[in-house]
Write a protein that binds this ligand. Sequence first.
Ligand code: ZN
Ligand code: ZN
Length: 176
Amino acid sequence: MAFSSHQLKTSSIYRRGIWAVVLGLAGVLAYLVLSGRIAPGRPVCSICQRPLHPAQVFLAASEKEGERWACCPRCGLHFVIESNGKALRATHFSNGKLIDAEYATYLEGSDLMQCCGPTTLRTDSAMICEVHYDRCMPSLVAFANRQEAQTYQQQHGGRLVSLAEAKASVGRQMRK
Ligand SMILES: [Zn+2]
Ligand SMILES: [Zn+2]
């Protein structure tokens, strides 16, 4: 009899322990969602609130505001200039892998654009995008190497630029 009541006690302590762990995990998850570290549902650009497209995401950081994920390099560079921050990571357009923003080759002004619509835009819909002021236009996408950027350039137009040149171009656009 004494044995079974002891057993009962241990199992209820054990159960309480599990609940503490479950509640603790729920708390951590809620904190991460509320603090914006995990976006619930579809992740969006922290600068323009558009959905993030895996082939174009860009990571920047500033001392004051911490790390920010952007929908494309152009949007991310807006943030870098506005907050005096730093470009950290870009995405290699052809395979969606994160690369060092500093050493990427950027293709500016091509018809590759995922921010303005659910699919890559053709010229007619890209025009609609340009009618409104759009911080994501002209298109700016990143490549891990120059060769691949050139291959895309031959098919989609635009010009190849470095991170510094891309930043300068965004800066000129912002002063307009
Ligand atoms: Zn954006
Ligand atoms: Zn964008």
